[in-house]
Design a protein around this ligand. Structure first.
Ligand code: MGD
Ligand code: MGD
Ligand code: SF4
Ligand code: MO
Length: 714
């Protein structure tokens, strides 16, 4: 019996007589900056209808994305996993037989204890990712990890480069609520595609345009729907944003547009920084970025002359080997102009810190031993195949519990990931909603609830409210929540924490109470807790959250992470991306698809219909030079492998750029080799400095018509 079952579902007090439709509050768990507060139509204790955005939470403002509005398709999907399974075929093959929950949990616990007896506790590596961002569902696994002294995880796959780049200058992952964009005169969306990835931002930008006549500028590498909504777009070569930022700063300094008083008071700006920036001209940057020099100058003047300028920094431009350096360079702009001092001015990247939450009990932080090794989440392939250095000097990983992660598809160097997952001496449990490529490698597969079937709360990492989602539906079939699985294993493994005896809702409540944020029930009634900071704090008017209170033009990369060798001491374009050459003339960018969320929703018909088929977008002139017609089947590859896609031609990018949207299931690429791996087999697992993370948009490839590649390799 799942622990949570003793607890009534959300809105039970207002539940309708059977047959009537009730609307209940919830919150989106997906890995999306919008973290929407939701209104869910509950048709019965086991079925939902439409999902809508909550109108009262200002950031959500009644809007949700298309894929979540039709969540009924996902939660009631015929392929939902409903029972625990034990593997009967070879790893990766997908042959399983049902078993009972007690047997499954006993078997996992025995395997963990056996592994620990042989190699020590660090041989067990609990692994989680962003399938849910529930503060209980995702990070509750850390409580078991720390209580049992299992290996830690450095969660770098998404935010490693961007967060470290922001911390290098600003000091902390916090800032103003991006709804403030509505009060700007100039909004710059830099290296992000909110129309696809966090649609709510667009409502606030629309308001600024309507009420203030604000201009929207977008910096990207291709003609995205957000670019199409812009007044002005700068389409540059992937991985060159640092050069654009440097040249903008050069113009701003040279034309007397910098705020000298602000620089002196609140930054470490000085003559050496100034000399360095003045040497990086628009001519220099035009050569690197592929942008016309005049476009750089015009954009720099517009930005430098607008006091209320708001930079909304996406993650896309940081998914390159120089990503943290690029983020730092761009984040210098509002410090140079002093735009931080204005309402509707400054910048926002993500709020991942500064929530005032005491997560010790929920995440077992006080149980963590600093001496236990921490493995880089992004390098799951190198870790599992024992690549030099990846194990941080510790034992091999021989037992794993994976929750909310589809590493076989989403992690770089798929070939290494799958070779690792297929190891005979690795015991693998995957807790999932669907039979993903990753789950197919498991010894035991456990069926998971969705957010609608469990209790949790969430951080709005792209705004400033904590959202709360109480259970809306009875759990489907025999599914159990992540919290229930963690607690069930903790009992069998002898792990100790009072939280293992609490229900998820009790733990939400205890966490909010010890953080001084009231009760869980009060939060659930409203749907969220407002955690916006006062203007002076959100805009750092009295100092930045760095040790000396100043914004740092001079980053201390060594203080941030282990991979800092060679990182530049001043804001810069760091020329370390994977260069194109004659053998691999294209630079491939692999950004999100609008109606998938990473690998989630790839199972829903609605999204499959919207996205069509795996596609590579290239410039018509490039296609002609390589003998590729619109709609042709092409092979895209490099030293790490190749996949088959459909070519689509466009005018909306620079020569040599190739775009592949979406993480399609590997077996949907009609690959003649038939090895079922997707786009991430082409992406390198090289760690991005200084903390790690993946250069998803920094891949040199060749592209050939499929028939010619077949002939070449015959
Ligand atoms: N090519 C390419 N690859 C990328 C990216 C890219 O831009 N391009 N983006 C990267 C980024 S930013 C990220 S964050 C990662 C994300 O990578 P992941 O977090 O691994 O991907 P998701 O598909 O969001 O979720 C993984 C799984 O979680 C499961 N899940 C959802 N909710 C629950 C739950 O409550 N319990 C359990 N047990 N399981 C649940 C879903 O069914 C899904 O299969 O992918 C990265 N990979
Ligand atoms: N529909 C949908 N929404 C999602 C996701 C999804 O998969 N699908 N994923 C979610 C997750 S986990 C995350 S982390 C966020 C990420 O959301 P975003 O912050 O939007 O980041 P990315 O998705 O990595 O890339 C966004 C844009 O960056 C551009 N880009 C790539 N390289 C460069 C470059 O070198 N310079 C510049 N200027 N631009 C570049 C891409 O072309 C793309 O348009 O979205 C979340 N929301
Ligand atoms: S995926 Fe993003 S935009 Fe869609 S409902 Fe969830 S939080 Fe909102
Ligand atoms: Mo992400």
């Amino acid at each position: 019996m799942p622990l949570d079952s003793a607890h009534p579902a959300a809105g039970a007090a207002t539940a309708p007589a059977s047959g009537a439709v009730a609307t209940v509050r919830s919150a989106c768990p997906h890995d999306c900056p919008s973290a929407c507060a939701l209104e869910v139509e509950r048709l019965s204790p086991t079925r939902i209808g439409r999902i809508r955005g909550n109108k009262e939470l200002p950031y959500t403002a009644g809007v949700v994305c298309e894929k979540v509005s039709r969540y009924a398709e996902r939660v009631h999907h015929p392929d939902r996993l409903g029972r625990p399974l034990r593997r009967t075929g070879a790893k990766g093959e997908g042959e399983f037989a049902p078993i009972g929950w007690d047997d499954a949990l006993d078997e996992i616990a025995e395997a963990f204890l056996r592994a620990e007896a042989r190699y020590g506790s660090e041989t067990v590596w609990p692994y989680h990712s962003g399938g849910t961002l529930g503060l209980i569902s995702r990070w509750g696994l850390d409580r078991l990890r720390h209580a049992k002294r299992y290996s830690k995880q450095r969660s770098t796959i998404c935010v490693g480069p961007s967060s470290s780049g922001w911390q290098a200058g600003v000091g902390m992952l916090t800032g103003p609520d991006p709804a403030e964009a509505a009060k700007s005169d100039l909004v710059v969306v830099w290296g992000g595609n909110p129309v696809a990835t966090h649609v709510n931002l667009m409502s606030h930008i629309r308001r600024a345009r309507k009420e203030r006549g604000a201009e929207l500028v977008v910096v990207d590498v291709y003609d995205t729907p957000t670019v199409q909504a812009a007044d002005r777009a700068l389409i540059l070569r992937p991985g060159t944003d640092g050069a654009l930022a440097l040249a903008m700063m050069q113009v701003i300094l040279a034309e007397g547009l910098a705020d000298r008083d602000y620089l002196a008071r609140l930054t470490d700006f000085g003559p050496e920084v100034e000399r360095h920036i003045l040497s990086r001209t628009p001519t220099w940057a035009a050569d690197i970025t592929g942008l016309p020099e005049q476009d750089i100058i015009d954009f720099a003047r517009l930005y430098g002359r607008t006091r209320r300028s708001f930079l909304r920094l996406g993650l896309g431009f940081t998914r390159s080997r120089n990503g943290a350096v690029a983020m730092h360079a761009v984040s210098c702009l509002p410090a140079l102009t002093g735009a931080w001092q204005e309402e509707g001015g400054g910048a926002f990247y993500a709020r991942l810190e500064d929530w005032g939450l005491d997560l010790n009990l929920a995440h077992g932080l006080d149980l963590a031993d600093p001496a236990i090794r921490s493995l880089d989440q992004s390098r799951i392939g190198p870790v599992l195949t024992g690549a030099p250095g990846a194990l941080e000097g510790g034992p091999p990983v021989t037992a794993m519990l994976i929750q909310n992660a589809n590493s076989a598809e989403v992690a770089p160097d798929s070939r290494a990931v799958r070779a690792g997952l297929a190891r005979d001496d690795l015991f693998l449990c995957v807790h999932e909603q669907f039979m993903t490529a990753t789950a197919r490698y498991a010894d035991i597969v456990l069926p998971a609830t969705t957010f609608l079937e469990c209790d949790d709360f969430y951080m709005g990492w792209g705004h400033s409210a904590l959202t709360v989602g109480k259970r809306v539906l009875e759990p489907y079939a025999e599914t159990r929540s992540n919290h229930d699985v963690v607690c069930g294993l903790a009992k069998r493994l002898g792990a100790e924490s009072p939280a293992f005896d609490m229900s998820a809702w009790e733990l939400v409540d205890a966490t909010l109470q010890r953080s001084g944020k009231g009760s869980a029930d009060a939060a659930a009634d409203k749907g969220w807790i407002d955690c916006n900071h006062p203007f002076e704090d959100a805009h750092f008017l009295n100092g930045f959250p760095t040790p000396d209170g100043k914004f740092h033009f001079r980053p201390d990369w060594a203080a941030l992470g282990p991979y800092h060798a060679g990182m530049p001491a001043l804001p810069h374009h760091w020329a370390v991306t994977e260069a194109a050459d004659d053998a691999r003339p294209f630079r491939m960018v692999a950004p999100p698809a609008r109606t998938f969320l990473n690998s989630s929703f790839t199972e829903t018909r609605g999204s499959q219909r919207r996205e069509g088929a795996p596609t590579v977008l290239i410039l018509a002139a490039d296609a002609a030079a390589h003998g590729i017609a619109d709609g042709a089947r092409v092979r895209v590859g490099n030293d790490r492998g190749a996949v088959t896609l459909t070519a689509r031609l466009t005018d909306g990018l620079l020569p040599g750029t190739a775009i592949v949207e979406g993480i399609w299931p590997g077996d949907s690429y009609s690959d003649p080799a038939g090895d079922g791996m997707g786009i991430n087999r082409l992406v390198s697992a090289d760690a991005v400095g200084p903390v790690g993370g993946v250069a998803f948009h920094d891949t040199a490839v060749w592209i050939k018509p499929a028939e010619r590649e077949a002939a070449d390799s015959a």
